[in-house]
Design a protein around this ligand. Sequence first.
Ligand code: TEU
Length: 551
Amino acid sequence: PGDREWWKEAVVYQIYPQSFNDSDGDGIGDIPGIVEKVDYLDDLGVDVVWLNPVYESPMADNGYDIADYRSIHPEYGTIDDWERLLEELHDRDIRLIMDLVVNHTSDEHEWFQRSRQGDPEYDDYYYWREGDPEEPPNNWESFFGGPAWSWDDEREAWYLHLFDEKQPDLNWRNPDVRDDIFDMMTWWLDKGIDGFRMDVINLISKTEGLPDGETGTPATGTEHFVDGPRLGEYLTEMDERVLSNYDVLTVGEMAGGMTAEDAEPYVGRDGPLSMIIHFEHVHADVGEDGKWDIIDLDLDELRSSLHDWQTAMVEDGWNCLYLDNHDQPRAVSRFGDDGQFREESAKMLATFLFTLQGTPFVFQGQEIGMTNTTFGDPEKIRDVESENFLEAALERGESFEDVRPLLEARSRDNARTPMQWDDSEYAGFTDGEPWIHVNDNYTEINVEAARAEDDSIWHYYHDLIELREERDVFVYGDYELLAPDHDEVYAYRRTLGEEELVVVCNFFDGEPTVEFPVGQGDLLLGNYPDSTDGQDGSLELRPYEARIYER
Ligand code: TEU
């Protein structure tokens, strides 16, 4: 599918700076810490780094609340450190994409400060509404719980925030706001970065007049701000004025229930975005009441959503493939088995991630099969969303112990515990006291141990990265679903001219049989040491077994 592009052939590695590597012993990861690990990234073989926000921020939402778009958060380092990182990456042919957070700023950003003071130049930079301080202007809810409006005593008006009250939404209808954002993007691009990951970019346009929404999940009002009326216009303007001047990767995060059909106009050959981070497949174990409503993995739902995206992005678009990121619980814990079959299931999920059509994104720690954590004590919680959830539960009269299993399954902190480098104190992440607890299993699960073991998850990722680099069919092959109704197995074929791959992934701990869809094939990679070539007839799989056959 589609023309050749460097970012289609790339593997992206996501770094959450706060938790990656601390160079100065303050317990917080930093940019010099990332520089120390550039060779590690090179050894693994990744092509692009996506850096979560490193801009100056009061850290109400770990950097997604930006106070100054053009300076580095002091705990992370300086702009010189950042320049050094870019150089070290580029020296190894690794590209860098930055997080672009422009649906909202921090309330400590100068624009908001001046806006709340009524400075005429910034008056209309945010969504302000006058009225009764007891009665929010509409019924919209924040993604983090509670109303999407807060009253500001200084301006004596309400302001809109789809996330935390410290994250006021920018008013994109104001052309000055767009000018400022586009200038800022150009400033970063001129420094030589290779693209952006755009935070909740599908929320930037709101229905005119901000009418009440229907009650629903994930938040009341979504029909008025998810994929809003002027989104296409804003993104086209961004493309024309900024992006089209550079050869960049642009990944738009689109939250709130975007389907492949909704997303297609934004990624086409002439669309502003290279690919989209959607949430459909990571909702395959989420019930009707949203993220804290836990249900068993529904393979049919996982398969049908990914199948939709695989087929919709074929002619004229591209997929972003991910299972883990800083907002999601660890995939091996939710879609695999982080106990007995941790190694097998982590490798199965890796097989899956690297053989669908699209660009794979690996989140730090995924390559060693890092798992969800435990919260013996509410003091361990760091994430604002989890704190709000716990607070609301306590207000309803539930106890911490009541909701602890939900937090342990779903809290975003699961992804944010420090990277486990070795078995020394604090997993080699810091010499100080880490800002968030280290997962107890670091003595067993860590980079040093994984690299020392030939058949580890780490080496399996390394092999997959290499295979994908060597064989075009991984990148450009057509996708065709096989065994579409199988209860336990997701299987598909990829073809490019004479090249053909068949991928078979068992998502559960049973031992299912599949009518092997293509007959014989040479085993290219499997997650059990003794897998054999394909035979005609049926194929029996072991728990979480995955195989890639080549013909
Ligand atoms: O996430 C958007 C988003 O939809 C998630 O916040 C989601 O609602 C939540 O994680 C469900 O658990 C992006 C960033 O990735 C996230 O870290 C930020 O908190 C959020 O935007 C606001 O900037």
